[in-house]
Design a protein around this ligand. Structure first.
Ligand SMILES: [Ca+2]
Ligand SMILES: [Ca+2]
Length: 341
């Protein structure tokens, strides 16, 4: 009992905190909403039969606002009686009308969220995000993310671009995470034409790539050398903290030993966050990873990974850039192409 109160309290705090830091995504108009963010996850005690009430409170910002401002095109789909009859309530997060298979007829796309309580007390819950794509005759449903016991939202942004160069428009979605110190993000991509999807998660391939980085320093200098032993790459970044020291050795040694790259993508700044980058040719997915010097309060650099999507709709790491943070400036310290192998 005490435990569940603590959990609820924690959830309440989390929501409040998130609203203040994270209000700029889909939820602009959601801030006005009603009596209770912290109430949202508290109804817990015996309320489980009333999914409407739970949904209305628990959804706070995402749904209400977006449905109001953005809904008309999808209303008929969303209110399809068959769906709401045997499924939990869908909250519409976003909708669009775009031709995804190049047949000249637009598909109707809805991004919806469903919240499911997992136990009687409501202290355990699962949120599921789905894409609903209708060509007018058939509807396809794709689960793009599930979150357990995590009150954060399911969608930061959605974009429509041809990612793999097959001529058909694909879907790119950024999904916000819920971190103590940072807002982190993951992504989901989907080709309607190929019916293929991919989720960005920290997998072994990424772990191995990060593992290839090493940190070292030269005696007497306040430069930290970032090298990748698999890609014959090395660059120096400036450690300001050591510059001020007469003998920087001790500090530099700590940096060389303690610096690490986090394998999760965090929102580093407005212009450096997980996103689609469109230059010439096909778009690339930019995945910024933080480089921490000894503590997560001390982000000393960022490593940006750029992925292209191949014809099997799989992201392929193309290149890597190292950005040195010096004071409030960010300087591109170096980059390298990642060749297959
Ligand atoms: Ca179409
Ligand atoms: Ca495509």
């Amino acid at each position: 009992m005490i435990l569940s109160i603590l959990l609820l309290a924690a959830a309440g705090c989390g929501i409040v905190k998130r609203d203040s830091t994270d209000g700029g995504t889909l939820s602009e108009s959601g801030t006005e909403n009603s009596p209770g963010d912290s109430g949202a996850y508290v109804p817990a005690s015996g309320d489980t039969s009333d999914t409407d009430a739970r949904g209305a409170a628990g959804e706070e910002d995402d749904s209400g606002s977006v449905t109001d401002s953005d809904g008309p095109a999808e209303d008929s789909d969303m209110q399809n009686p068959r769906q709401s009859g045997n499924k939990p309530d869908y909250k519409l997060l976003q909708s669009a009308s775009i031709d995804l298979d190049n047949d000249g007829v637009n598909e109707q796309i809805g991004v919806v969220r469903t919240d499911l309580p997992m136990n009687e007390a409501g202290t355990e819950s699962r949120a599921e995000g789905r894409l609903l794509i209708s060509d007018g005759n058939n509807e396809r449903q794709v689960v793009f993310f599930t979150k357990e016991n995590d009150p954060s939202e399911l969608l930061s942004r959605i974009e429509f671009e041809d990612l793999d160069g097959d001529g058909s428009t694909d879907i790119f979605m950024v999904i916000p995470g819920y971190g103590a110190s940072f807002n982190y993000s993951s992504y989901f991509i989907y080709s309607y034409k190929k019916d293929k999807s991919h989720s960005f998660i920290s997998d072994n391939t990424l772990a191995d790539f990060i593992d290839g980085f090493e940190f070292s320093y030269a005696k007497g200098a306040s430069l930290l050398t970032v090298a990748n032993r698999f890609h014959n790459f090395s660059v120096d970044i400036v450690i300001e903290e050591a510059e001020e020291q007469e003998s920087p050795e001790d500090i530099m040694q700590q940096y060389a030993q303690g610096t690490w790259i986090d394998p999760v993508s965090v929102d580093i700044s407005e212009d450096s966050r997980l996103s689609l980058v469109k230059n010439k040719g096909l778009p690339e997915i930019k995945v910024p990873l933080p480089v921490f010097g000894m503590a997560t309060v001390n982000m000393i650099a960022e490593i940006d990974l750029f992925y292209g999507i191949d014809s099997d709709f799989i992201p392929i790491l193309k290149r890597c850039e190292i950005i040195d943070f010096s004071g409030s400036d960010k300087v591109k310290a170096g980059s390298f192409e990642v060749t297959a192998g």
